[in-house]
Design a protein around this ligand. Structure first.
Ligand SMILES: Nc1nc2c(c(=O)[nH]1)N[C@@H](CN(C=O)c1ccc(C(=O)N[C@@H](CCC(=O)O)C(=O)O)cc1)CN2
Ligand SMILES: [Mg+2]
Length: 297
């Protein structure tokens, strides 16, 4: 069997198109333009690329983009003061602080200072609690992107066996909550899980989010299963140049799986598309307007 390749890049473009349509309607019917503020502290090269893409795609969707680039030595006090200004700014509907932050800053403290209604990353403890109790939350972008891909492929996920490999607050845990919300039977596996290959072999859906290059080989995958690879690992390629690989060994897994996301071009592009979707959702909620359909959990 050769797996169907799930084209996250194309699906993300569709989502951005739907976001742009909703933004155009908000402007025409209500005179409202959603605004997203992105805060970058320091000059981490990958983070700088992601922040640039976020700003560009926000503008392309017809929204306002506010970029705040702060030096690496920024104090916690001044970062918290900036977040407070953005919380109080009615033109800003979404706020995100790009991670990772420099070591001297307390990420939890900073994230939890964001107004939960503007927390388009869905990392604030209030949103984590709302998601965990099945209430209306802002949902983290990468897991939301994975969920939208899975719903597009399968329709209903009810009763499917899903294994999430990785237990991070940003991907693994919220991913498990979302799958549970769609009535899948969910296992969270991690570094201490006993007999990980056997656990993965039971799954109809495998979400790999461990951050270890090609950790999941094809012989762990149940024939026909859907594989969602969240990993983005830079490794040395055969020609000495860096290549991007996932947490799944794509070559062997694609021989066994029913469908699989590539890296790059799978989950990655869905992250920013879902960020734009969350910004429109936050703007609609703030204004008591109907939310875009099919772009939330
Ligand atoms: N505040 C946040 N920080 C971080 C998040 C996040 O959701 N919120 N996620 C990641 C980084 N990230 C967005 O911020 C992100 C990662 C990857 C991609 C992407 O499109 N990847 C491409 C490959 C890109 C490349 O060549 O490097 C792909 O997989 O096809 C978009 C956004 C950590 N920080
Ligand atoms: Mg820190």
């Amino acid at each position: 069997m050769t797996a169907q390749v799930i084209d996250g890049k194309a699906f993300a473009a569709k989502i951005r198109g739907r976001v742009a349509e909703h933004v155009a309607r908000l402007k025409a019917d209500h005179g409202i333009t959603p605004g997203l503020a992105v805060v970058l502290v320091g000059e981490d090269p990958a983070s700088s690329v992601y922040v640039r893409s976020k700003g560009k795609q926000t503008l392309e969707a017809g929204m306002n983009s506010y970029e705040h680039k702060l030096p690496a030595e920024t104090s916690e006090e001044s970062l918290l003061a900036l977040v407070k200004r953005l919380n109080d700014d009615p033109a800003v509907h979404g706020i995100l602080v790009q991670l990772p932050l420099p070591k001297h800053l307390n990420s939890d403290l900073v994230i939890n200072s964001i107004d939960p209604a503007k927390d388009v990353d869905g990392f604030h403890v209030s949103n984590v609690g709302l998601l965990g109790t099945g209430q209306k939350a802002m949902v983290p972008c990468t897991p939301l992107g994975c969920l939208l891909l899975l719903r597009d492929l399968h329709g209903s996920l009810a009763g499917m066996d899903a294994v999430v490999i990785g237990r991070s607050n940003i991907v693994g845990k919220p991913m498990a909550q979302l799958l549970l919300g769609d009535s899948a039977t969910v296992t969270i596996a991690h570094s201490k899980t006993k007999d990980l290959p056997e656990v993965v072999r039971r799954a109809d859906i495998v979400v790999a989010a461990v951050g270890r290059a090609r950790m999941v080989p094809g012989d762990w995958i149940k024939p026909g299963a859907t594989v969602i690879d969240v990993g983005i690992n830079r490794t040395a390629g055969e020609n000495g140049k860096d290549v991007l690989v996932g947490d799944v060994d794509y070559a062997s897994a694609a021989q066994v799986a029913g469908a699989i996301t590539p890296v790059p071009g799978g989950v990655g592009p869905m992250t920013i598309a879902c960020l734009l979707a969350n910004t429109v959702t936050a703007c609609c909620r703030a204004n008591g307007l109907p939310e875009p359909e099919g772009l939330t959990a």
